[in-house]
Design a protein around this ligand. Structure first.
Ligand code: DQA
Length: 149
């Protein structure tokens, strides 16, 4: 049976392709999902997607994911820098989590340099645009492969 992962995107990422293209690129949220699904099929991973602009909703999505998914890719967007609630929910997941940012948050305003979630995730990818999601999928697939050896 294929491993299942969830890709969670936080606030304003539904407007990808429209918002600040110089930071986030021209790939729309729909296209991003399509590209990720294709890669998932290629590597034999089932992928679900969730996006919300609401902090509590993201907490609920992360909590629910505990029972349903083997891994997670999360771009918590602005909540990365502010949300103890999302951090605490991620800490309960206990399976591989990749923190993702399209932009290089360390090259930007100082308030983006601090991530409240980095030390409760497995690893992170930032600054590689939409391609980062594809790399994160490949990385999770390799993790599962190694676990099953
Ligand atoms: C982001 C970086 C965050 O600082 C920002 O608030 C976002 C997107 C990124 O993908 O680069 O909304 O997470």
């Amino acid at each position: 049976m294929n491993n299942k992962i969830i890709i969670i995107n936080g606030p304003n990422l539904n407007l990808l392709g429209e918002r600040e293209q110089s930071q986030y690129g021209s790939t729309t949220y729909e296209k991003l999902k399509e590209n990720c699904s294709k890669k998932g099929q290629e590597v034999g991973l089932e992928i679900d997607f969730a996006q919300s602009n609401i902090e509590g909703e993201l907490v609920n999505i992360i909590q629910d994911a505990r029972k349903k998914f083997d891994g997670m890719i999360i771009n918590a967007a602005a909540f990365t820098h502010t949300s103890v609630a999302i951090r605490d929910a991620l800490d309960l997941f206990k399976k591989p989590i990749i923190e993702l940012h399209l932009s290089n948050i360390y090259k930007r305003e100082e308030f983006r340099h601090k991530s409240l979630i980095s030390d409760v995730v497995t690893g992170g990818i930032f600054g590689l645009g939409a391609e980062g999601y594809i790399l994160a999928i490949i990385s999770l697939q390799k993790t599962f492969q190694n676990e099953n050896r």
